[in-house]
Structures are given as structure tokens and as C-alpha cells.
Design a protein around this ligand. Structure first.
Ligand SMILES: [Zn+2]
Length: 195
């Protein structure tokens, strides 16, 4: 009997050794609401832990499947959405920002998963930038899906390029229990094969 127990312990040890550390550090130092603008350029030494390089024309999409939940995280330089990255200075720019936000919120028009996977969008969260003087700005979007047949996920069709012509490249990563796939999508190559 004690033999059986020690086998279990051994197995556990092996399992925990083999578990890949998927933990990604997502340090989001939120420098919140600087509403008063006494300019003091002393905050330039803050090294932000940016998850991916900020390149105009280049967006990033990470898809992660866990059981029946699919989370898609999109990161786009604001320039690639509206053509500027400063705080809006007139009505046209304010409208452009609102329009970009609304387009991003309609995930079903931007991303189509193959129907057999039966994925339904359950939430879309669009994080517009808080503008800092002289800094670049990114927009982050997080889409959550509930999939009834996640094992049948086989393709993603992206229409992002039609809504935002300044996006030239979408670097895409797909992660699940048994798969890690990557693709570089462009206006001429909008389908990501997920098998
Ligand atoms: Zn920029």
C-alpha cells in the first residue's frame, strides 16, 4: 500500500516538473489620472513593461483557449486606427476616436471563427489610451467567447484590415492545451488556420 502511495508522489513530482510556466508578467503600472498639467518631465525614466513592440501599421492578436472559453486580446497602435496618437484637439479627432472604439467593439464584424466551434461573443472590452504628452499610444481590446465545441475550432477569418486601412500586419498567436500556432496576417492573407 505504501508502494502505491509513493508512486503517486513520484508521479506528482514528475507532473509538476513538466508543467510549463505559462505565467506571463503583465505589469500594467497604471499612472492614473494626471488631470492637472504642471509640466515636469521627470516621469521619462519610467521603463514600461510593454508586451510587444509599438510599430505603426503592426497589430497583435493573442488567442487563448481554455476548456470552453476563448479569450482574444488585440493590441493596436492608435496611429493605425485613426492616424494620430495625441489627445484629440478638435471635433473631427474626437469623432474618429469614438468611431474606432465602436468599430472595435463590434468583434463579430472583425473576427469570424468557423461556425462548427459554436463560439459566441460574451464580452468586448475596449481600452482606449490615456494620452501622455510626447508618448505613443496603444489601444487594447479584449474579447471573450464561450465555445460549445472548442475542439472544432479550425479557422479565424479577420476583417480588421477593411475597417482600419492603416493596419498592414496582424501578428497572431493561438494557444490551447495542445497547440501553439502563429501567423502573420495581412490584407491579402486574412485567414488563420487553427489546426
Ligand atoms: Zn506610435
Amino acid at each position: 500500500m505504501s508502494q502505491k502511495l509513493s508512486l503517486c508522489v513520484l508521479l506528482l513530482g514528475v507532473l509538476s516538473l513538466n508543467t510549463p510556466a505559462l505565467a506571463q508578467e503583465h505589469s500594467h503600472s497604471s499612472s492614473s489620472h494626471d488631470s492637472h498639467s504642471d509640466h515636469d518631465a521627470s516621469d521619462s525614466n519610467a521603463t514600461h513593461g510593454t508586451p510587444s513592440a509599438h510599430v505603426h501599421g503592426e497589430a497583435h492578436l493573442t488567442m487563448a483557449v481554455d476548456v470552453q472559453s476563448l479569450v482574444m486580446e488585440l493590441e493596436v497602435p492608435l496611429d493605425s486606427l485613426v492616424g494620430f496618437e495625441h489627445k484629440p484637439t478638435n471635433d473631427t479627432e474626437t469623432k474618429a476616436l469614438a468611431q474606432a472604439h465602436d468599430l472595435l467593439a463590434k468583434a463579430d464584424a472583425l473576427f469570424k471563427l468557423n461556425e462548427a466551434a459554436e463560439c459566441i461573443l460574451t464580452s468586448a472590452e475596449i481600452d482606449m489610451p490615456s494620452f501622455e504628452a510626447g508618448a505613443h499610444a496603444d489601444v487594447d481590446a479584449e474579447y471573450q467567447y464561450q465555445c460549445d465545441a472548442p475542439e472544432r475550432i479550425s479557422s479565424l477569418e479577420v476583417s480588421l484590415f477593411q475597417s482600419f486601412e492603416r493596419i498592414e500586419v496582424l501578428k497572431t498567436i493561438y494557444l490551447s492545451d495542445d497547440k501553439q500556432l502563429a501567423a502573420t496576417l495581412t490584407p491579402d492573407n486574412t485567414a488563420f488556420a487553427l489546426r
